[in-house]
Design a protein around this ligand. Structure first.
Ligand code: SF4
Length: 329
């Protein structure tokens, strides 16, 4: 058993100061990921800073966006009436993740920070550049069935496991953080990282920075949305591939599209070129197939995840068909 210090934070500034001073301090919210990592010896904190009593548990209507506090649970986000009416895509994505028990505990901030489920990351007897920089990547020549087809590096081919993050990427969420140097807002596109030469870094947070809220800017995507998650079993499994689709359709023409995929990259993967292709096109399966081929440009598979080169575009086409209403479940 590794010893650690437990600190209950009563206000955010002291929590941030405490975290900034200690490189092995971790914030504790729902604990659904961190406690597992501690039990397996993947994360060995010197200090846990319990942030559950900080005032970040509200969903508030702002003039430009809906503000979701970092401590709102995934269940409360998915079932919130404002979320369901303004951002149904987010509700669908969250309900596709984990189990009801986990969603009742897991928080928005924790979900944004969720670590990869690469099995080599969890097995402390195996090489893993993310867990132990410089030790190598067990997955590169190993069992890489769940791994990335976009944006990987020779250092790491892991994927971000979150469903919520994929929908947030499609919705252009903005992450608010408080840190030793003050507060800042990070567009979600800049929040998660590609692995590059530093796969140990999942995101662009600086030491001591604490997520306080996420803004969801209002969009016209309240009707034609879908989140399709393809996985090995129908519940409580991570995505092989997933697709978050939001369409704004008028008289059968796509005025605007937002597309993001999960299970394919180290960060939720936005498909901007395919979005541009769909703009102004009629709703049709043919256009959706063309968009999915465009979306796959640059994809690269490894020994055991070749199937994703077919599964990913098929996931996107089916999600587009569901969102537009030309297919039903
Ligand atoms: Fe570690 Fe990334 Fe390689 Fe998995 S893919 S073993 S997380 S370095």
């Amino acid at each position: 058993m590794n010893q650690f210090q437990y600190n209950k934070a009563n206000e955010s500034l002291s929590a941030v100061k405490l975290a900034a001073k200690d490189p092995n301090a971790h914030f504790l919210a729902g604990g659904t990921n961190l406690i597992d990592l501690m039990k397996m010896g993947v994360v060995i904190p010197s200090k846990l800073i319990d942030i559950n009593h900080l005032p970040f548990s509200k969903i508030e209507k702002m003039p430009h966006a809906l503000r979701v506090g970092a401590l709102v649970t995934n269940s409360d986000v998915a079932e919130n009436d404002l979320i369901k009416s303004h951002f149904p895509l987010l509700s669908l994505a969250i309900n596709a993740g984990a189990s009801p028990q986990l969603r009742n505990m897991a928080t928005v901030g924790g979900n944004l920070m969720q670590r990869t489920r690469c099995p080599y990351f969890f097995d402390t007897t195996m090489p893993c550049n993310k867990r132990s920089p410089g030790s190598g990547c067990g997955a590169l020549e190993g069992i890489n069935r769940m791994h990335a087809i976009f944006g990987a590096s020779e250092q790491c081919i892991a994927v971000n496991p979150s469903d919520m993050n994929v929908a947030m990427r499609a919705l252009d969420a903005v992450v608010h953080v408080s840190g030793p140097k003050g507060e800042r807002a990070i567009p979600i596109a800049d929040f998660h990282r590609l692995p590059g030469n530093h796969p140990e870094l999942d995101n662009t947070l600086q030491k001591g920075e604490l997520i306080t809220a996420v803004d969801l800017p209002y969009t016209p995507f309240t009707k034609n949305v879908y989140y399709l998650k393809v996985r090995d079993r129908s519940s409580y499994a991570f995505a092989l591939t997933s697709a978050a689709v939001a369409l704004y359709i008028e008289n059968g023409t796509i005025k605007e599209a937002r597309l993001a995929m999960g299970g394919v990259a180290h960060k939720p993967w936005r498909l901007t070129i395919a979005e541009e292709f769909l703009k102004g096109k009629a709703v049709s399966e043919d256009h959706f197939k063309q968009a999915s081929q465009i979306a796959m440009q640059g994809a690269k598979a490894y020994q055991y995840n070749q199937f994703k080169l077919k599964l990913a575009p098929n996931t996107l086409v089916q999600s587009l068909k569901m969102a537009s209403g030309i297919a039903s479940s």
